[in-house]
Design a protein around this ligand. Structure first.
Ligand code: ATP
Ligand code: MG
Ligand code: FE
Length: 342
């Protein structure tokens, strides 16, 4: 069975195609059109710009994916209905419905966050019960995974900025451009991660063990820079970048390891564009090794938003025997993965 996945929740128009062999998905095509360069002019994702870019890109991207996979039409279509930007989601969902109707194939509505986890199976095989840490410009989540087609437990999320968003805001503050993650990561390479003791949000004994907060950290960076400037001292961009990055990586990986221990699983999966960060990866690996936990990280292209993740989750949902969604299914911008807050 061939499944096409359509993703339009943020600034990537993704169309992926996988073959489902009854047990696992096999990648056939992965086409992504991004409006990131256009968004860079505004220093962040502008919802209206994203929606218009999706509208222009969706049909050509579907065509390219079908050509790359060498198929005329898929046997089923999976589409992200949430969480994401309302206007952006509408474009992908409308396209998915139109093609499902025209091709007379079933439609499956899936959750974007589940897709970020499912995509790892393409490279690393079946997913055992695991904890997933998703970090990108739009989300920061710790999820408990029993099985890919089963409901996901939301263990914690950010109470303010997403991790990638914190990178973007700190980079803007330092005048380094957008997106901030890659520039800060590069700058941090020449810096001392212990030069400045930036705060680790929500790590006190009475704080929610699996929630995150990065807005205080961003403010601390701003205050530090202002203080240096006021005192006539030079600001070391590498030291600020390395110390900031260390604070983010420390909190993310410490909470993820605690979640792994609490759920008594031995697998940690990373996903989302900010997992490209070298320190988040190396510290996660270090701490996973120390605890005897297997760390699974999809390759960078599959960590950022794409259609393959949607196709892969769709294939697992179909394989699990779920009924198709009605063609009247609505977008759900605030969609949660939550069945129980642990
Ligand atoms: P969504 O939140 O829906 O997954 P998004 O477009 O906000 O989508 P992605 O495209 O997955 O997020 O990832 C982009 C984010 O990842 C940006 O915030 C960017 O700064 C961050 N990022 C990319 N590379 C790095 C890096 N090396 N270090 C830290 N952050 C990074
Ligand atoms: Mg993006
Ligand atoms: Fe995403």
């Amino acid at each position: 069975m061939i499944v096409m996945g359509i993703e339009s929740s943020c600034d990537e128009t993704g169309v992926g195609i996988v073959a489902w062999d009854g047990e696992r998905a096999i990648l056939l095509a992965d086409e992504v059109a991004s409006s990131q360069d256009e968004q860079a002019r505004y220093g962040g994702v502008v919802p209206e710009v994203a929606s218009r870019a999706h509208l222009e890109a969706i049909v050509p991207t579907m065509t390219r994916a079908r050509e790359a996979a060498g198929i005329d039409r898929p046997d089923a279509i999976a589409v992200t209905i949430g969480p994401g930007l309302a206007g952006a989601l509408l474009v992908g969902v409308a396209a998915a419905k139109a093609y499902a109707l025209a091709w007379d194939v079933p439609l499956y509505a899936v959750n974007h966050l589940g897709g970020h986890v499912a995509v790892d199976t393409l490279e690393h095989g079946p997913m055992p019960p695991a904890v997933a840490l998703l970090v990108s410009g739009g989300h920061t989540h710790l999820l408990g995974i029993d099985a890919l087609a089963a409901p996901i437990h939301e263990m914690g999320t950010t109470i303010d900025d997403a991790a990638g968003e914190a990178f973007d805001k700190v980079a803007r503050l330092l005048d380094l451009g957008y997106p901030g993650g890659p520039v800060l990561d590069a700058a941090a390479r020449d810096g001392d991660p212990e030069a400045i003791a930036f705060p680790r949000g929500l790590t006190g004994p009475r704080d929610a063990p699996y929630d995150f907060s990065f807005s205080g950290l961003k403010t601390a960076v701003a205050r530090y820079v202002e203080g240096q400037v006021r005192a006539g001292r030079e600001v070391s961009i590498p030291d600020v970048a390395a110390s900031f990055q260390e604070a983010v990586a420390d909190v993310l990986t410490a909470k993820a390891m605690r979640a792994v221990a609490e759920r008594r699983v031995d697998t940690l999966v990373l996903g989302g564009g900010a997992t490209a960060n070298s320190r988040i990866r190396s510290l996660a690996q270090e701490r996973a090794d120390a605890a005897g936990v297997q760390l699974r990280v999809p390759k960078p292209r599959l960590c950022t938003d794409n259609g393959v993740m949607v196709a892969t989750l769709g294939a697992h949902v179909i394989g699990g025997g779920a009924p198709p969604s009605p063609l009247t299914v609505a977008t759900d911008p605030g969609m949660s993965v939550q069945i129980s807050k642990l």
